[in-house]
Unconditional design. Structure first.
Length: 445
């Protein structure tokens, strides 16, 4: 079975939709936030369809797929400064997810996945004004099961959510990698065990030391050590990330995952407006050193919002490039610039051996409605002894906050590959344009 398209993880719909942690129901509040306890609830349900599939099965003709995904996340979070110094905080949440119908178009889920499991279980402490030299909350230490994101594109979350159809190991049993489905909605974001120390707050010179251990079999239960250092000013930040691979679980190793043990990754990155009002720039250049040799990846994007124009249109361009043996690690898409709907989710690898150009145009006619269009060009760098995933894609979508708690996100996409299953590609039926649609309801309470 082909290596799956992990880089997707979530649509730009989720970028523009609500933050699942943005709202909560306050159960208790003592002394203007001195002690707070919140009930957190978020949910999503989506309907999906694709006129072609990417199962790698020539018997599946004409290839049309229809499926549904859903999740509910529910739990408690809180904080208190009623301790000798600083603020103690924590959270606990469960997440229930499932996939129905045909399963997704990329052979990740089968349509019969269901799971309820602990998603968050963490505890942390912030120093407040205890150490003035380090700034407000100059020390922030947390541990447990939690979401961890590192600036840039190397570590976004642990959000790959395979189902029973995903079986990259020859002779592996059904469900060996099953994480409960909802592959596209993918809200199982937390790493199984973590320890995170942040030093210096978020301004000036600051950094972090991080230990991550994934319990995700689709990530071979990778264990990493991470260090970051950043310098942040009002016009932007410049920083560096170092990652060292500590271990993987041999029972779930496939493709090049065994090389994560002992791997070293180095990157330089930056983001900000460079002093240009309404502009936005970001870049990262990264290098991996592993047993098979050195690999490189990079991206650069630049955008501008026409703030004085009605609808405040935004136009941005991104260029990204990944060498043939690049390991995507925990690259995701939520609140990051994703790499396409069909291409990155279902149709093939876009985070190795690939050069991508994409353009985003966004318009906000009202504060509750955002219209978006994205155009992608995927060019495979080397075509020796492997499938060709070169293609073009156009995605049109909107996000409409119909109430304080409900957002609707419809999308239609058009994906045209250079090759199909019959001549070196992966799309069923032909190399004609695949029409893809989805309609997602997001809810927060």
């Amino acid at each position: 079975m082909r290596t799956p398209p992990f880089a997707r993880c979530f649509s730009l719909l989720a970028l523009c939709a609500m933050d699942p942690a943005a709202q909560a129901y306050e159960l208790y509040n003592e002394g203007d936030g001195a002690s707070v306890l919140n009930a957190d609830l978020s949910a999503g349900f989506g309907w999906f369809g694709s006129s072609h599939n990417y199962l790698g099965d020539p018997q599946k003709e004409p290839g049309r797929m229809r499926w549904q995904e859903g999740y509910v996340k529910y739990g408690l979070s809180g904080a208190t400064d009623k301790i000798s110094a600083g603020t103690l905080y924590g959270g606990f949440a469960l997440l229930s997810s499932g996939t129905w119908g045909d399963g997704d178009a990329g052979a990740i889920t089968a349509g019969n996945e269901r799971r309820t499991a602990v998603e968050d279980a963490y505890l942390g402490w912030r120093s407040g004004d205890l150490m003035p030299a380090l700034g407000q909350d100059g020390i922030d230490f947390s541990f447990g099961r939690q979401l961890v994101t590192v600036d840039g594109f190397l570590i976004t979350d642990d959000g790959f959510n395979p189902g029973k159809a995903f079986n990259p190991v020859a002779g592996g049993r059904e469900g060996h990698f099953d994480r409960g489905g909802a592959f596209y909605l993918g809200q199982r974001l937390s790493f199984g065990n973590t320890a995170v120390l942040k030093i210096g707050g978020s301004e000036g010179l600051h950094g972090s030391l991080i230990w991550l251990k994934s319990d995700n079999p689709g990530q071979s239960k990778t264990e990493l050590a991470v260090a970051t250092v950043d310098y942040t000013t009002p016009v932007g930040s410049i920083g560096s990330t170092y990652i060292h691979g500590l271990d993987v679980d041999e029972r779930y190793v496939f493709a090049d995952r065994a090389e994560r043990k002992g791997m070293n990754v180095y990157s330089i990155r930056g983001q900000g407006n460079a002093g240009i009002e309404n502009a936005d720039f970001a870049f990262e250049v990264a290098r991996q050193e592993k047993r098979s040799g050195s690999q490189r990846a990079m991206f650069f994007d630049a955008g501008y919002t026409f703030a004085d124009v009605k609808g405040q249109p935004t136009l941005s361009y991104r260029y990204s490039r990944y060498s043939a043996g690049w390991d995507f690690l925990f690259q995701g898409g939520y609140r990051k610039r994703y790499q396409g709907e069909v291409a990155a989710n279902y149709a093939g690898s876009v985070t190795s051996n690939m050069q991508i150009n994409d353009v985003l145009f966004s318009l906000q006619p009202s504060k509750n409605l955002t219209l978006n269009a994205m155009v992608f060009d995927y060019h495979q760098l080397s075509r020796r002894n492997e499938q060709d995933f070169s293609a073009r894609e156009v995605d049109l979508f909107l996000d409409w906050s119909v109430t304080e708690h409900i957002t609707l996100s419809p999308l239609i996409g058009f994906y045209t590959p250079d090759k199909w299953l019959g001549n070196g590609g992966n799309q069923s039926g032909s190399a004609g344009t695949n029409t893809y649609f989805q309609f997602i309801v997001w809810a927060n309470f």
